[in-house]
Design a binder for this molecule. Structure first.
Ligand SMILES: [Zn+2]
Length: 260
């Protein structure tokens, strides 16, 4: 299911299915200056294809390779719309690695992408590398309007779960970089529009720095990941069980431990 919401100069494309809603998820893509940023997830590729037939964007930018952002790239390519992606994103989107059953349940399985025509974003939009959530993560910055299309940079202030391959320290640096742009609007893939986002971004940085300090102190003491996760981040057994441990508080601690 796709619903389109107008925020003046930016359109929000909200994607969900009964399965994604059953676990509390949906995701948004955005159109800014006639450019589609992100593509929704595989199970919504048909909805995206119908949208592209009615309203053809000049091009598409993919913020990172996760299937809820890149799952519609095949539909975009088949619609003849050129795509900008980081080289790592392109490689993972064109030859996707297998994902866990919970991700297939929530988002579906990515299909073939085909030959991607490269897109050069207009000068008014900059793609800024913001690693942390994923190493290929980018935000899209529209300096003239103070707008950042943030992919999964923000999501929320206290995000206690993570995948093992996330880089929380890099995410803090990326958040600071975003704050330095002084955005007046943030479009978040899971929160929609966030007006006056700086206090929220600062709160996230502060929470993450406190959390990283507390985790580092316990790592130094010799505690294991489960003990640290329970003490500092709490017990998220529902998510842990649903994702078979892939996305969890322990993985957050493991990510901190493995990041220099
Ligand atoms: Zn993501």
């Amino acid at each position: 299911m796709l619903t389109v919401h107008s925020h003046g100069d930016v359109s929000e494309l909200r994607f969900s299915t009964w399965r994604s809603r059953s676990v509390g998820f949906g995701v948004s893509a955005f159109v800014v200056r006639g450019v589609l940023v992100d593509t929704g997830f595989p199970d919504c590729a048909g909805d995206l294809a119908r949208y592209l037939r009615a309203s053809r964007p000049a091009g598409c930018i993919v913020t990172h390779f996760h299937e809820d952002h890149a799952g519609g790239v095949g539909a975009v390519v088949r619609a003849g719309v050129p795509v900008w992606m980081d080289a790592r994103t392109a490689q993972r989107v064109c030859a996707p690695a297998p994902v866990g059953p919970y991700r297939r349940y929530t988002w579906g399985s990515p299909g073939p992408v085909g030959a991607v025509e490269p897109f050069a974003p207009p000068p008014a939009l900059s793609c800024i590398a913001t690693p942390g959530h994923a190493d290929d993560h980018h935000v899209v910055w529209d300096g003239a309007t103070g707008t950042v299309v943030g992919g999964d940079l923000f999501i929320g202030i206290k995000v206690r779960g993570a995948h093992r391959n996330e880089r929380p320290r890099a995410l803090v640096r990326s958040l600071r970089q975003c704050i330095a742009l002084a955005p007046v609007r943030l479009f978040d893939a899971h929160r929609g529009i966030v007006d006056a986002p700086i206090p929220l971004l600062v709160a996230k940085v502060e929470w993450m720095e406190r959390t990283l300090d507390a985790i580092d102190a316990r790592i130094k003491r010799g505690d294991d990941d489960v003990t640290i996760a329970r003490a500092i981040l709490g017990n998220d057994w529902v998510t842990r069980v649903f994702t078979a441990g892939d996305y969890s508080t322990e993985s957050f601690v493991a990510a901190v431990r493995s990041e220099p």
